[in-house]
Design a protein around this ligand. Structure first.
Ligand code: GUN
Ligand code: FE
Length: 449
């Protein structure tokens, strides 16, 4: 079977990628390297994998989850019939407040990182809790387990329960401490980064938002928050901040919007709010599993994309129930079809390639790291998953590919066949199909061993 050979340099950059390689003997590889590599690679720098389309195996860029709450992981699937504001009070704040316990934090954060890596998430943008030590721990564990990540200490100095709130001064001090900690652990920022994280306008005073905005501008930091998720939330927040034109204006006036800002949800935006997001280059994290579960609404992704706004996908665990971006991509496609069923505007439909784009390149653009990851190109980091649809515990049936008379084109029509293969994976695949995961060219998951 032909192989796909990837040459990765010492820094984890893709040097070359060749498919259809028939002879993968050590001698042939040395020759191949000499032919293709610009730098003189030693053979140990070559990642060789048997990724043959004929074998229903392929490399895919690692997934990018631009919105996930690490401490909420134990609550995945548990939300009952609540909507956002009740859900926060009943399920979320009590759980997050227990992250003063570092033993608990170690156990849960280790699980979150290894589980998401096992689902092919090579980059994640995490919300932690208000606690400095547990947030630092999350960053340390991501570094140790090898996941590219953005780690945010959550800021919340108002409208929060007595057991889970901080003062403005505490919020500022711990934000700075976490930034320092992360910088000291990974000065180059090639794996872990700090992200300013006002939970949402509802839980931050104007004064704290303004301080965070100034810090963001001064340090050119990443920033993440929630925006326009739920009708009651919007009404509550706009009444709380009457001096602003709308929800988006609160973040805009406080200097929190930039091309390194990730806004989760953005379901009920006005045209004016959308224009502000476009003009500031802010990115959106679309969280369809969460939006369906806690009944927040259906984000108009085609409308946002048509208006040149960067959109990505977020699991939003545990508003969303799954740590799998593949599953979130599937829901993004289905939610777009629910919009079409109501609007009759067929153009709103998202295709398989649309949602897989959001899961990879879209995420890289939203996090402003598309010069590093998101797809396979010379000079980008090798952040990848090796997928096999026929692995031993696969839940995917590939009969159709052996039976072209059923309507799937034969192997010669390789373009169409590959699209069908990807659709099979998107709709019926899961983490069992992930053979290996690579971050910065380093193997971080290996299920073939
Ligand atoms: N708004 C404020 N906090 C949260 C949260 O933890 N999850 C979601 N989905 N929305 C929020
Ligand atoms: Fe969220």
């Amino acid at each position: 079977l032909p192989h796909t050979v990837v040459g990765v340099d010492q820094d984890g950059n893709i040097d070359f990628m060749v498919s259809g390689v028939k002879d993968a003997s050590p001698e042939a590889l040395v020759e191949l390297t000499q032919q293709h590599a610009l730098s003189a690679l030693a053979s140990k720098d070559i990642v060789l994998v048997d990724a043959s389309k004929d074998n229903n195996q392929f490399f895919f860029p690692g997934f990018i989850d631009t919105h996930i709450h690490a401490p909420q992981f134990p609550n995945n699937g548990i939300f009952g019939n609540t909507t956002l504001l009740e859900w926060l009070e009943i399920y979320t704040f009590p759980l997050e407040s227990s992250f003063t316990d570092l033993e608990l934090a170690t156990e849960i954060y280790t699980k979150v990182i290894s589980r998401t890596l096992g689902y092919g998430t090579t980059t994640a943008s995490y919300y932690a809790t208000i606690h400095t030590d547990a947030t630092n721990l999350l960053a340390d564990l991501a570094l140790k387990l090898g996941q590219r990540s953005f780690v945010g200490k959550v800021c919340m100095d108002q409208n929060s329960p007595a057991h889970y709130i901080e003062t403005e001064e505490e919020s500022k001090a711990s934000t700075l401490e976490v930034i320092d900690h992360i910088r000291s652990r990974n000065p180059s920022g090639d794996l872990i980064n700090a992200v300013l994280t006002p939970r949402f306008a509802g839980s931050c005073t104007d004064s704290l938002l303004s301080w965070l905005g100034n810090l963001r501008k001064k340090g050119n930091y990443h920033c993440q928050t929630h925006l326009s998720e739920n009708h009651k939330e919007i009404e509550w927040i706009t009444n709380m901040f009457p001096q602003y034109d709308h929800y988006t204006d609160i973040y805009y006036q406080n200097n929190l919007l930039s091309s390194k800002t990730v806004l989760a949800h953005c379901i009920h935006l006005s045209d004016e709010e959308m224009h502000i997001l476009r003009n500031t280059g802010s990115g959106i994290s679309h969280c369809p599993t969460s939006n369906s579960s806690i009944t927040s609404g259906e984000a108009r992704i085609r409308w946002l994309l048509n208006n040149h706004i960067n959109v990505s996908l977020g699991t939003d665990c545990s508003g969303g129930f799954t740590p799998s971006i593949l599953e979130v991509a599937r829901h993004a496609l289905l939610v777009s079809r629910h919009l079409v069923m109501k609007s009759k505007e067929d153009a709103e439909k998202l295709s398989s390639s649309d949602v897989l784009y959001l899961a990879t390149v879209g995420g890289a653009k939203v996090l402003d790291i598309d010069d590093k990851v998101g797809c396979f190109r010379k000079g980008l980091k090798f952040d990848a998953q090796l997928i096999s649809l026929d692995c031993k515990d696969s839940n995917v049936d590939t009969f159709a590919f052996q039976n072209p008379q059923w309507g799937v084109l034969p192997a010669e029509a390789s373009h169409k066949r590959f699209a069908d293969l990807i659709d099979k994976w998107l709709f019926t695949g899961d983490n069992r199909n992930i053979q290996k995961v690579f971050v910065n060219g380093r193997t971080v998951v290996d299920r073939t061993a």
